[in-house]
Design a protein around this ligand. Structure first.
Ligand code: FCB
Length: 453
């Protein structure tokens, strides 16, 4: 076996990511809680309930775990419906509680990255039309100012909105998130308002805290043509790619919003990222299908023979992550990997998934690309939206009924990586022996790319 140590730059951030509604519990005043109460929305009728009981104080023990596991950063989100339970009414005790959590992270040596919107909305916002109503833009800005005022002495890295692309699609086209829309035109309207709300937040945060780093978390999904020689498959993959991946970042780069059939200038959005936040999970192959007009005349599936997660949600295809990093690097901004991980209650796949994906990050830093940190999704199992508790993304297992935590081997594997600030073949051999030859090809397999003289 080849022995190798893939080292990361000094100061590289290693952490995990969580989101308020998924871990706090008892978030009764948002659209997700209401959505969970209606039958048919969540797998097996499950509910967030107490979630991981972070609001009840268990963030302390979980952040202890993160610190003991060698992490030096943590990404969390604050819940708008707690901070502003009704319009312009502020709950100072909620802000105080978030100060405590963020201070708690800092005290444990975890640099906090704070997300201001991660999929959930206060009920009063939802009742006023949610992201379809442009009035949300100044309201979001007002809320952001309140949060920044409360936390700016503790937080310097802000994620305004999590995955606006996926959020618009799931809430307004697929009907999987509240309000359960199935209308592409509405998704485009929501996407535009999300971009404008991000831009308003970006400018507000910089006005209040000029030195801060502000960006958002883009979800990137790789789309590969099922048959690369078939121009129709290539067209279908390209169309999905453009709509899913490129609409939001292009608008944030050059201030032009390119919808399906029209385009509009949004000058206030241009240049509103100090870093590029990247969430990546998997790849999809795409075949042209004239019978599927609603999904852009295409069918998506995982590459044949791929290494699939237990619930068939994610294919372990690290080349898709390399593509995502390339795409993020085109922005010429520093990059933070804000989410990456796999659902795997058995923890059989996770170690090799993490090894293979972290190796792609190493490839990027090795080219001196400015990748500054990596946040694994997630620290603990948590409430996975419409998939409820059926998917387990945690480095630590959570039994929601008893709130018991059990360490998965991946937590130890990730600790070795964080502590060494490196991915070493010996560590991979200990935790994902089946991946060693794949990730560290034996001598002789790699032919030097040199022509004999
Ligand atoms: C991302 C979400 C995150 C979590 C992971 C698995 O799209 O941002 O909240 O659900 O997927």
């Amino acid at each position: 076996m080849i022995r190798a140590i893939h080292s990361f730059p000094r100061g590289f951030l290693w952490g995990t990511a969580t989101a308020a509604h998924q871990v706090e519990g008892e978030n009764r005043n948002n659209d997700w809680w209401a959505w969970e109460e209606e039958p048919g929305h969540i797998a097996q009728g499950q509910r967030s309930g107490k979630a991981c009981d972070w609001w009840g104080g268990r963030w302390r023990e979980d952040l202890d775990r993160a610190a003991a596991d060698g992490h030096n950063a943590h990404r969390l989100s604050v819940e708008w419906s707690r901070i502003e339970p009704t319009s312009a009414v502020w709950d100072e005790s909620a802000l105080q509680a978030y100060r405590e959590i963020v201070k708690g992270a800092l005290d444990r040596g975890l640099m906090p990255a704070v997300t201001l919107h991660h999929f959930s909305n206060p009920l009063w916002i939802a009742e006023q039309g949610g992201w379809l109503n442009p009035a949300i833009i100044p309201r979001f800005e007002r809320y952001v100012r309140k949060v920044v005022e409360a936390l700016r002495d503790l937080v310097g890295l802000w994620v305004t909105i999590n995955e606006p692309n996926l959020y618009a699609i799931l809430a307004y086209v697929m009907g999987a998130f509240p309000p359960g829309g199935k209308d592409v035109a509405k998704a485009i309207q929501a996407a535009k308002n999300l971009i404008l709300a991000h831009a308003a937040a970006y400018h507000a945060i910089h006005e209040m805290q000029p030195s801060s780093l502000v960006g958002l978390a883009h979800h990137y999904r790789a789309f590969w043509p099922a048959n690369p020689r078939n121009p129709l498959d290539r067209w279908a993959a390209r169309s999905r790619w453009r709509i899913t991946n490129n609409l939001v970042p292009r608008a944030l780069a050059d201030g032009r919003f390119r919808a399906l059939t029209w385009s509009e200038r949004l000058p206030q959005a241009a240049g509103t990222q100090d870093y590029f936040g990247l969430n990546y999970y998997t790849v999809e192959t795409v075949a042209f299908d004239p019978r599927q007009p609603a999904s852009l005349f295409s069918r998506g599936f995982f590459p044949s023979g791929s290494d699939l997660s237990p619930t068939g949600f994610i294919a372990n295809e690290p080349e898709g992550f390399w593509e995502a990093l390339n795409w993020a690097h085109a922005s010429r901004l520093p990059i933070f990997v804000m989410e990456n991980g796999v659902e795997d209650g058995s923890d059989r796949l996770r170690p090799r998934y993490l090894a293979a994906h972290i190796r792609q990050v190493w490839r990027a830093v090795n080219f001196a690309w400015p990748v500054r940190g990596y946040f694994c999704w997630s620290l603990v199992d948590n409430f996975e939206w419409e998939r409820g508790w059926t998917q387990r993304f945690g480095l630590w297992e959570v039994v929601p009924e008893t709130q018991e935590r059990r360490k998965r081997p991946s937590a130890d594997f990730y600790r070795e990586i964080c502590k060494a600030n490196a991915l070493a073949s010996d560590t991979v051999a200990a935790y994902a022996p089946e991946a060693v030859e794949w990730l560290f090809p034996p001598k002789g397999r790699m032919r030097p790319n040199i022509e004999p003289a």
